[in-house]
Design a protein around this ligand. Structure first.
Ligand code: NAD
Length: 350
């Protein structure tokens, strides 16, 4: 640390490495000193941005000025790079998915414990407005007691044609978007998970999953459906949350959505209504003023608080927000999801 600023070196200066350098330039306590990337053009891009382009990873780790190594390389490389950095006496920020499975994460955490250096995973989607808004609705019971949650991300472009398509690189949507959505859901729903059932989809090839549908049942009876798809030309809402006094929907990134809340509990009986080729009483719409539409209680946050928290945790002033036991639980859930798919069975969990 120099002049009260943390010197950071980024390994992997591609899409996310570049994004980190931009975000970090907006955080007072941070200085990106240098980067290392295997690709020549990314080394040049680093120099063009005014950073040192270290000749190799060993030179980066040998720079005594560097306090924190930030790993933004393809998923299969995280474990080895993290262990080397921790052993070199560096604190480490690692991109998600932390590793390809929970066993690999165990190996990193052992080294982190031995060296006493901080290891933290960039689970940035905890700072997303849609998640924070659903968390407020859930915690404050704005639609009553929530009993079912659907969390989705849909696109129609398949998996990008890079390492994300390759099994050996740790590609696939479970490890890509899955870990984000699961991380958030486990912060939302309290208690133990009883069962996991998952079907991966392979619309665009056989090597890695291009989406999945995963169902969780918690010991307290709450149910969760996680749906990631890359062949969805019409997207379903990102969130669909059912409580015993209402329902909440968030449609898209623009935060279109609403809550419909029960305001009159005196359930006057209704007459059957015509619906399609028949009639129904059960599914009759509420035209009697017993429900009210309310806007979403939007909650915004600054995603740069992730870095600020890491710096405070390095100083020993606070706990890291993204805790390693939380990340481990998500990776164990990912292991269980893959097992469920392979065996086409419901897997017991926790
Ligand atoms: P990318 O392909 O754009 O960049 C990766 C870079 O790493 C490439 O330039 C490549 O040359 C370099 N590289 C590969 N192996 C290396 C090694 N051993 N040493 C040094 N450099 C190496 O990929 P990306 O989209 O930036 O993804 C990188 C990581 O960031 C992945 O783990 C991904 O899951 C994660 N990511 C996270 C988010 C998020 O929101 N948290 C978003 C995108 C990507």
């Amino acid at each position: 640390m120099k002049n009260n600023k943390y010197n950071i070196a980024i390994v992997g200066f591609g899409g996310m490495g570049t994004q980190h350098s931009i975000q970090l330039s907006l955080v007072e306590e941070a200085v990106v000193k240098g980067t290392f990337d295997l690709k020549e053009d990314r080394q040049k891009a680093s120099q063009d941005s005014g950073f040192i382009a270290y000749e190799n990873y060993e030179t980066l780790l040998g720079d005594g000025d560097i306090d924190i190594v930030l790993i933004a390389t393809p998923n299969n490389t995280h474990k080895e790079l993290a262990i080397k950095a921790l052993k070199a006496g560096k604190n480490v920020i690692c991109e998600k998915p932390v590793t390809l499975n929970s066993a690999e994460l165990c190996e990193i955490l052992e080294v982190s414990q031995k060296t006493g250096k901080l290891f933290v995973v960039h689970q940035n989607r905890r700072w997303d407005e849609d998640f924070l808004t659903i968390k407020k609705i859930y915690d404050e019971k704005l639609i009553g007691e929530v009993f079912h949650i659907e969390s989705r991300i849909h696109g129609s472009r398949g998996i990008p044609g890079d390492w994300r398509r390759l099994k050996e690189s740790g590609g696939g949507m479970m490890l890509d978007w899955g870990v984000h959505l699961l991380d958030r859901l486990l912060l939302l729903v309290e208690g133990k998970i009883k069962t996991v059932y998952c079907r991966l989809s392979f619309q665009s090839g056989k090597d890695v999953d291009d989406g999945f549908i995963l169902q969780l049942e918690f010991e307290n009876g709450k149910t969760v459906l996680v749906d990631v798809g890359t062949c969805n030309y019409i997207s379903l809402p990102k969130w669909y949350v059912c409580g015993d006094k209402g329902t909440a929907v968030i449609e898209d990134w623009e935060m279109n959505g609403r809550m419909t809340v029960l305001v009159d509990e005196s359930s006057a009986d209704v007459n059957p209504v015509i619906a399609g080729a028949g009639f129904t009483k059960t599914m009759a719409l509420r035209m009697d003023g017993s429900v009210e539409e309310r806007p979403l209680p939007r909650v915004k946050a600054d995603e740069k608080d992730f870095y600020r928290n890491v710096f405070a945790a390095v100083r020993g002033e606070t706990e890291q927000i993204v805790k390693n036991d939380q990340v481990m639980r998500v990776m164990k859930l990912v292991d269980a999801a893959f097992k469920s798919h392979e065996t086409n069975s419901v897997v017991s969990f926790e």
